[in-house]
Each structure stands twice: as C-alpha cells, then as structure tokens.
Write a protein that binds this ligand. Sequence first.
Ligand code: UDP
Length: 499
Amino acid sequence: APNGRGNKDDIGMGARAHFVFVPLMYQGHVIPAVDTALLLATHGALASVVATPYNAARIRPTIDSARRSGLPIRLVELPLDCAGVGLPDDADDVDRIPLGLEPNYFRALALLAGPLERHLRAHPPHPTCIVSDFCHTWTVGVAASLGVPRLSFFSMCAFCLLCQHNVERYNAYDGVADDNEPVVVPGLEKRVVVTRAQAPGFFRAPGFEELADEIERARADADGVVMNSFLEMDPEYVAGYSEARKMKVWTIGPVSLYHQHAATLAARGNTAAATVDADDCLRWLQGKEANTVLYVSFGSIVHADPKQVVELGLGLEASGHPFIWVLKKADQYGEAVREFLRDLEERIAGRGMLIRGWAPQVLILSHAAVGGFVTHCGWNSTLEGITAGLPLVTWPHFSDQFLNEKLAVEVLGIGVSVGVKEPLVWQAEKKEIVVGREVVEAAVRSIMDGGEEGEERRRKALALSGKARAAVQEGGSSLANLLDLIKRFEVDAGDRTTE
Ligand code: UDP
C-alpha cells in the first residue's frame, strides 16, 4: 500500500516521520524510550515502540491511553524465543534470567530482527528512522535492509559516555594491573579519576566479549545519538562526545517531564504487580512539611543484600528524617529480614513508609514534601532527582552508576557519596560490600541538614531543576532538538514507500 494508504489503523497517517523505538527490555531502558516516543508523537511524528510480551504488558496501559487521546503511537509486540536459546520460558522477565545465562538473553533478542523487519514491512507507513537502544547490534541489519537510518538511544549522560569513550580510545588502562588503581580519564579539561572496576566499558564482562565489540562497532556506525539528558547540565561533554563520535547528538530530556498528570505518572513503567496505590503515597506526603522527606530507592534491578537492608534501615531510622523506602523483591528475603522490616515499620509508624515492589517514583520525587534522594545513580533516577531539584546521596552499584555519581558529586556539586568504590557485580559472583548504618545516617544528615554546604547543594540542585524544566519548554534546547529530530526525518508523504 503505497503512502501507507489502505492501512486499517489510521492513527499516524498524517504523520510524515515514523520513528521505530527498539529499547532493551529492561525498565531503565524501556521507560525512557516510551517517554521519548510519547514526546515525538505529541509533536506529530508517528512513533512505534517494540516490546516483547512481558514488557508490552507493562507499557500497554500508557500507550493505549495515549492512543485514546489521539496520539500517533503504536505498540509492536514481538514474541521472544526463550526456548530456542536455552532459556526458561519466563526469561522475558529479566528478573528471571538464570545467573550466567544473560548472554543467551541477548541472543534471544537478536532473533527479533526477522520478525521486526517483516512486521514493519507489513504495517505501513514505512519507518523513516530506527531509534535503537545502543545495546542492540542486530538493529543495524534491520535498518540497512529497510533502507533507513539508525540512531543510538541512550538514557545516559554525555559526561559518562565521554569519560568511558576516552578511557577506551586512549587505552588508559593499558599496563594497569589492579582493577582498583586510580586512572585519570584522558582528553578532558577537568581531572576525573576512575578505576577499571568502576568504568570497565559497556558489556566488558565475561561471556559478553563478542557482544561488547559488536556494540562498539554499532555505536561508531550509528547515524546519530538520541540522549535522555539536557544540554545545559554538561554542555562541554555533550559537545565533546558529539565531536569524539563525529555524529549529531540530540539531547531531548528530561523525558520524564512528558508526564504532567498524576495519573500518567502513576502508570509510568508500572506493572500489573504495582504494590502501592499512588493516592496513598500522595496522601502520606500531604501531611509532611516541604523538603523534609527522603526518598530511597535503588532502581529496577538491584535487590539489596539482606545485611545491607538491615544497616540501611537502621541508618534511616537513626537519621530522624521522614522517608519513603522502596524495596524490590521484598518477598524474597528470609524471615529474619522480613521480621526486621515489620518491627522497623512499627517503630517508625507515621515517619517512614516502606514500599515493597514498584513505586510511582517520579510522582513521589516531584512532591514538594520530598527533600532528598538516596539513589543507586541509575541514569534515569539521577536525572529524575535532578529534575526534581533534589540533593542526592549517591550509592552506585554497577554499570554507568559510578560515572553518574562522579557527575553528581564532582561536576554538579549536588551529591554526597556513601563511599562505595567498587561494583557489586550483578551477574557473576556477589561481592559483599555493606555500607554501615553510621555511614548511611551521616550521608542522609549531610544532604538533609548539612548546614551551609547542604544549603549550597540544595541551591545548585534547584538551579539545575530550573534548567532542566526550561530545556523542554518553548525556546528550550531539548524541545528544539526534538523538533529538529522530527524535521530531519520527515519525508514528503508522496515519497513514502512500503516496498
Ligand atoms: N522506577 C520506578 N519505580 C520503582 C523503581 C524504578 O518508577 O519502584 C523507575 C525510575 O523512575 C526510573 C527507572 O525505573 O525511571 C529505573 O531506571 P534507572 O536508570 O534509575 O535504574 P535501573 O533500574 O536501570 O538500575
């Protein structure tokens, strides 16, 4: 059907650019991809989001409600062949991938290439651009075969990307024997010190050797970068990364600001298994004074060690501040930890709230009562904290989180570190790194009532929040980039073919 005519689904037929988002099927990747798709659709482009069944179920309510309100957005659900790569059937839920079999999961994802291409050919309009998570190397072939450009999507910051890039480009770890030896990141004006343990490179882990190289090639060959970040936060690093990669970087964030209503925020990234009612959270926060509540969460992957749960709980209690603490997979703890949590809840009734499972994070962070964020420094969480104008207690676990911590503490001046120096490996053997209750208490006190220094951090955080919000508004850099992106990939409706 040339020009997309004859398609039963007339949503988006007026759109002249069609972006196909292919996120990695982890919450930290799916959520910002969906937000970006929604933003593009708001400005008239057709956006399709590809998801495997488990993830499609999570985002369908958000996409369906956007469609009902007339936005040109589609969900493309493709089955994941787990059995074919030796994974259990339920491994589409990444929490259920057996330890050590993560590389197989990436093999299963690569098998989506054929079905995706067939789907896109069968459902016009022809894409004008594939926006692929940078981890998906198989989308290179899909884009080539469809004859369309492919952009790399990052929910990461330019500071992190440039540091990691320079370390590798200048072989900064050559001759460094110890993973914990400090190394200065080459090619930067600012002195940034990392270790190989903290910044090994993306997917530089056992079992991923081939994939890591492929990812690097796919990143180098991309037609541009779409980044969930905003220019005013770290402009020299955005420019530096663009120059290093010799490609256009569209910073279009913070994408969480797409959501302006409690209802869509409560549904963001939500699962059917959401464990807390958003209204209950809001009611609880309503009674608290401005900037007094601490929000504590380690994102969608980290499942805290039992000993750590106890130390963290006691540290929060000792800090004297009200808090909301999110515990992922709380039902998997043994009886001792569960009892500890029940007792803690009794002692802190009214002052502390425990959420066991999924929390409406951005809804909570944007509430005036919240005044600080204890975060694992996943990029989405870090940016959401920045957007809310909050000082951070930084507690990185793995991946880009150590570099995000450096950005928050050393570049932006809005964070206090708990002092973790090496990663808690999330796939292989688990290192036991437990942060003591006194350290937790001290870090919390220093962001919540840290005197002059504390005030300075809060002032900087608020200024950044203002810049973040301005970026997505009329005249702002992120909105301008978003519109530029659409314009760049618009086609004359008459030119569109579906082959
Ligand atoms: N998130 C949420 N509720 C939760 C846990 C996480 O809404 O209970 C969201 C959070 O707002 C963020 C994403 O999930 O958008 C987590 O991404 P991030 O990069 O912070 O960390 P990751 O989960 O990838 O480690």
